[in-house]
Design a protein around this ligand. Structure first.
Ligand SMILES: [Zn+2]
Length: 482
């Protein structure tokens, strides 16, 4: 700040160069008036420079390092637009800094402020103002909060602890809540909309080792990759079918705030996997009921009644059919598939359904059985843990985590034993040919045809640009024909 106040001298001196010489002044009054004008101009400039300097350093912390690859799902707080009221303008120029904290389980904002050594009277005053714009009961554990401190401009931060200047947080990506000090023990609270925009990104490349790695190395977030794998898992058996040289092409979105920071992860708009010469391609379409589903080129939904593999990253360790039991020793029908995976690997419900049985069940150890539509049931054995709040009669969604891999019951090592039953008869999950969940009607098929053209254009546009941060502005028509 000191360097900035030095700089303020220069323009004034330069302005002085065009100053008329002393003998031009006709009277002393004129000279005094001119001096006063210059003084006022210098004062105005100094104040402006201080305010601007403060604002710039305050915002710089946010504007730097827009690292896309490291961007996480949690919204990065955007710099606050300073609210310059007359009241604020009257305050002496201050420098600001902030620290990050987050609400824990059963935590409150009041406790968070106490932790940060905010005086109780000030915390109360700030929270009072907050309540006028936001219902604090809506705050959830994990909510991150920026606590601001301020100290007089021009002074070294290390010598000042700084006083509490307010806090802000982003409860939903589209909204920011700001509480700012306005004076001695007085605060103001503002609810501000954050305009977000979607940008498209293309992940494309050859698969060297796994779909996961190929997608991650093209910049997709881990969560989106899991979605991608789930999308293909209905048609492709990842353990058996993927070959080196298979090709991946994914168009996906990310939402950015007005400061170019990733505010929210987006969706997969289009995905294609060329597997041993055969191309599997899916387009996302908005349905009349408001849900979004993926369809293949013929308008058949990707989603099937059941998933083929209800666990990620597992190795098939025992097939369906007659085999010698590794512990019991005699030969009998292996009624399902065994997937070897480390203890704690999440297990997904293979389809929508209702839990029929949950608990310890003989040699099966910890066991879950789910009833699905069309006479199908799935069973999961040797589990380590059940997901919380699941009980007999609970409804589960396809892909929902129902528990984790373990080695309970009669098991030689950690694995999931997975069974599919059709009208109580065990069937081989690998040979399942369950029907698609829905098909598009004629109107929707026409929309899909247009969507395919738009997406192809977008993909080739992005593929042609060699910018590693490839993006195009969102075009509504290309996303969801309505
Ligand atoms: Zn088994």
């Amino acid at each position: 700040m000191e360097s900035q106040s030095d700089k303020t001298q220069d323009p004034i001196e330069q302005a002085g160069a065009s100053r008329p010489s002393a003998n031009v002044y006709k009277s002393v009054e004129d000279r005094l008036a001119a001096q006063q004008r210059r003084k006022r101009a210098r004062l105005r400039f100094t104040i402006t420079a201080f305010l601007m300097g403060g604002l710039i350093s305050w915002m710089a912390a946010d504007l730097l390092v827009p690292d896309i690859a490291k961007a996480t799902l949690s919204a990065k707080p955007a710099p606050s637009t300073p609210v310059i009221s007359d009241e604020l303008r009257a305050l002496p120029p201050m420098q600001r800094d902030y620290e990050l904290d987050a609400l824990g389980n059963g935590d409150t904002l009041a406790a968070l402020l106490t932790r940060a050594n905010v005086h109780a009277v000030e915390a109360d005053a700030a929270l009072d103002q907050l309540r006028s714009v936001y219902d604090v009961r809506r705050l959830k554990p994990g909510q991150s909060v920026r606590l601001h401190r301020e100290w007089p401009a021009g002074q070294d931060k290390t010598t000042h602890e700084g006083r509490f200047a307010g806090f802000d947080f982003i409860p939903v990506p589209e909204q920011k809540i700001i509480v700012r000090r306005t004076g001695f023990q007085s605060f103001t609270a503002i609810k501000r909309d954050r305009p977000l925009s979607d940008r498209h990104f293309l992940a494309d490349g050859l698969i060297n080792s796994s779909v996961y790695e190929a997608a991650r190395s093209s910049g997709m977030s881990p969560n989106l990759v899991v979605e991608l794998i789930r999308l293909f898992s209905f048609a492709i058996d990842f353990q058996r079918d993927i070959r080196e040289g298979d090709q991946l092409e994914v168009l996906y979105t990310r939402r950015f705030d007005e400061n170019n920071q990733v505010a929210q992860e987006g969706d997969i708009v289009f995905a294609s996997l060329t597997n041993r010469g055969k191309r599997y391609a899916y387009w996302r379409m908005l349905q009349e009921d408001g849900s979004e589903n993926y369809f293949d080129a013929n308008g058949q939904s990707v989603q099937r009644l059941l998933m083929k593999t209800p666990v990620d990253g597992a190795r098939l360790s025992s097939r369906f059919g007659m085999r010698r039991h590794p512990i019991l020793g005699y030969t009998r029908l292996h009624r399902g598939l065994d997937f070897a995976a480390p203890i704690g690997t999440p297990i997904y419900a293979a389809g929508d359904g209702v839990i029929q049985r949950i608990g310890t069940y003989g040699n099966n150890g910890k066991y879950i059985r789910i009833q699905h539509r069309n006479g199908y049931e799935t069973a999961y054995a040797h589990m380590n843990r059940f997901a919380r709040r699941l009980k007999k009669g609970s409804r589960v969604k396809q892909g929902q985590i129902i528990g984790t891999v373990g080695r309970t019951g009669l098991a030689t090592g950690p694995h999931l034993h997975y069974e599919v039953l059709h009208y109580e008869k065990p069937v081989n999950p690998r040979e399942l040919n369950v029907p698609p969940q829905r098909n598009l009607d004629a109107t929707a098929l026409a929309d899909l045809a247009q969507l395919k053209i738009d997406i192809a254009e977008k993909v080739s546009g992005l593929a042609a640009s060699d910018n590693s941060l490839r993006s195009l502005p969102r075009r509504r028509s290309a996303l969801a024909p309505q």
